[in-house]
Design a protein around this ligand. Structure first.
Ligand code: ZN
Length: 67
């Protein structure tokens, strides 16, 4: 069982729970995976941003190569 922190009251909840046992607030159905999903979305966004910058601004590597 994976333990998570309730965003509302800060108490420990289990990933399988549907609501917080302390404050009774309903937990999102996928709250156990939300952090992972957010991380993947962030990673994809960073990759897209890098790709966009490479295409938009052709890199000039000369300062790094010392020429
Ligand atoms: Zn709570």
């Amino acid at each position: 069982m994976r333990e998570l922190i309730c965003e509302h009251c800060g108490s420990t909840v289990v990933a399988e729970d549907t609501k917080c046992h302390r404050c009774g607030i309903p937990l999102p159905p996928d709250h156990g995976k939300s952090l992972q999903k957010k991380f993947i979305l962030f990673f994809v966004a960073v990759c897209l941003f890098c790709l966009f910058m490479i295409i938009w601004l052709p890199p000039d590597w000369s300062p790094f190569l010392g020429r």
